[in-house]
Design a protein around this ligand. Structure first.
Ligand code: HMG
Ligand code: MG
Length: 298
């Protein structure tokens, strides 16, 4: 039995744009968020509070959070890798924060400049302070299906970090395929480990589509009852610390599949394609999303 309702978290403004080499104005970022909420997205990952030296595109984080026009019922999240990030984020009033760890040591070092154990130590006070402020904490676990530096990553390695995240009170576990190498059975094996420690409603999938496996992997998750997925409008993005990694699975492509399956999302595909067309035009290149390209060509 597939779920009857799926929540899509659009991570385009953050994951999608973080690696963009050309400048994207704060205004364009805020307009993208506005168009996503008009399309019916209820969860939007807006920006990240990371070092501007590491990720210059997210340097306008506070300005973007000030520029968005919040719609009731929509949840706005931001990435916070440490206390400095959280302290900068709190005044901008995010509804949720995201702490991000990796299932591989090598990726942890490249992405956040510390070991897995050190990252958990850094996150612990972040989680506590967020909870104190009444803010939910999502965890993202990079390289859960493979690592660009280490290669294979086992379900045991993933489960170990899932447990560490749980031990510090992280509320939600997002299993991320950073480089898009996962395939359905392997994804299910990893998801099973997350589901041992988190309820179904607090487990999500975050699939980059580098090898074209993301939709199939989402379907494999649906078969397990998982009903929350990150996706990126237009298929924007890639991680700056995973060379060659492409964007997340496109929100339009996931939505088209869910619509075909009769699964509710509350998202309007035409309005979503408007958002996709808007950001594509701003970036001066066509959407990666197959569905956006097909519908825009009509
Ligand atoms: P660090 O250099 O180890 O930190 O960076 P530090 O504490 O030693 O500080 C060094 C400098 O950074 C200092 O500035 C700090 O103030 C500053 P300086 O004195 O040299 O001028 N700094 C900060 N500035 C702004 N905001 C902060 C912050 N923290 C320190 N929060 C750090 C550690 C994590 C900050 C750094 O490595 C970093 O920013 N990395 C970027 C990580 C990132 O954004 N990666 C992409 C997002 S994760 C992702 O895409 C994966 C995901 O999508 C899931 C998936 O697909 O796998 C979620
Ligand atoms: Mg990502």
């Amino acid at each position: 039995h597939l779920p009857t309702h799926v929540t899509l978290v659009d991570v385009g403004p953050r994951d999608g744009l973080q690696n963009e080499k050309q400048p994207v104005s704060t205004e364009h970022k805020a307009t993208l968020v506005a168009m996503l909420q008009v399309a019916g997205l209820k969860e939007i990952e807006v920006t990240s509070f990371v070092s501007p030296k590491w990720v210059p595109q997210m340097a306008d984080n506070t300005a973007v959070m000030a520029a968005i026009e919040r719609k009731p019922g929509v949840r706005y999240s931001v990435l916070t890798p440490n206390m400095k990030g959280l302290e900068a984020a709190l005044p901008t009033k995010p509804d949720e924060i995201v702490v991000f760890a990796a299932a591989s040591e090598a990726f942890s070092q490249k992405n956040i400049n510390c070991s897995i154990a050190e990252s958990i130590e850094r996150f612990a006070p972040v989680v506590a302070a967020a909870h104190e402020a009444g803010i939910k904490v999502r965890g993202a676990l990079s390289c859960s299906l493979g690592c660009p530096y280490q290669g294979e990553v086992t379900p045991d390695e993933v489960e170990r970090v899932v447990l560490l995240m749980k031990s510090i009170g992280v509320d939600h576990m997002g299993i991320a395929d950073t480089i898009g190498v996962g395939t359905p059975k392997r994804v299910q094996a990893v998801m099973e480990r997350a589901l041992k420690h988190y309820p179904q409603v607090e487990v999500s999938g975050h699939f980059h589509d580098t090898y074209g496996q993301a939709l199939t992997n989402i379907y494999a998750c649906l078969e397990m009852g998982i009903h929350t997925f990150d996706a990126s409008v237009s298929g924007l993005g890639g991680c700056p610390y995973a060379k060659g990694a492409t964007g997340n699975v496109a929100t339009e492509d996931v939505l088209f599949m869910l619509n075909g399956l009769g699964i509710e999302t509350g998202i309007d595909i035409d309005k979503l394609v408007d958002a996709s067309a808007f950001i594509s035009q701003a970036l001066g290149r066509p959407p990666v999303a197959r569905v956006a390209r097909a519908l825009l060509a009509k």
